[in-house]
Design a protein around this ligand. Structure first.
Ligand code: PLP
Length: 220
């Protein structure tokens, strides 16, 4: 068995236990296998084992790795989890099924235009800068309702919010806040939780976990 399949099974077991331990009616979240920096040869075993959701953070890497894999495996869903520069929107709309990093009105406009041109509808998460960090992109918590409305007016299919919390061991508080925001917006999907904090995210109703190194191994 390829190590990535073994790792994924372990993660699924941990999630199951966490849901039982929590004792509430939490839905089993989707796992996005974040394959950034890893070659196709590491990805194929997971595809052959039936895994559906994969994540990349760079447009060019996705274009290099995924077009053929997606043609051969029609059920695969590809997620853009990294920042999207507006000049790459066309390619992003072409190759991805989900975008997790919508973070500006300019980008929202661009995606809306491209979707019309390509007759394609992407599922979109609004990225929230939940820790108010200068170095991170994302919409400020205070502006989220206004921004959501802006996106709805463009007919974007906003399915939830996404965050990358600060590395200060306080992920749980940020996850609580994200869960609250999502409920206030009445959205169904919630993208949060990475290799080091995915179990905390599960407890707070994440529906899409983005897990890289715990599945594929350390990135160099
Ligand atoms: C790389 C990345 C992940 C996965 O990180 P791991 O710690 O390897 O699980 C998740 N989300 C985003 C936005 C990333 O860039």
């Amino acid at each position: 068995m390829h190590h990535s399949i073994h790792n994924l099974i372990q993660i699924q077991k941990q999630i199951k236990l966490k849901i039982i331990e929590t004792g509430s009616k939490i839905e089993t979240p989707n796992i996005i296998a974040v394959s950034k920096t890893f070659p196709i040869s590491d990805i194929i075993p997971l595809i052959d084992n039936g895994h559906i959701h994969f994540g990349e953070n760079k447009i060019q890497d996705a274009m290099d790795k995924w077009p053929e894999l997606k043609i051969k495996n029609k059920n695969i869903k590809l997620h853009l989890i990294g920042r999207l520069q507006t000049n790459k929107t066309k390619l992003a709309v072409k190759i991805f099924d989900y975008i997790h990093s919508l973070d500006s009105e300019k980008l929202a406009n661009k995606i809306a235009d491209e979707q019309i041109k390509q007759k394609k509808n992407i599922k979109i998460f609004i990225q929230i800068n939940i820790g108010n960090e200068d170095q991170k992109s994302g919409i400020n918590r205070d502006n989220i309702f206004q921004f959501y409305k802006y996106c709805k007016n463009l007919n974007l299919d906003i399915i939830g919010v996404m965050c990358i919390p600060p590395k200060d061991n306080g992920a749980i508080n940020y996850f609580l806040e994200m869960n609250k925001i999502n409920r206030e917006l009445n959205l169904l999907e919630l993208s949060m939780g990475m290799s080091e904090d995915f179990l905390e995210a599960v407890k707070n109703n994440a529906t899409f976990l983005r897990i890289g190194s715990k599945i594929f191994g350390q990135r160099f």
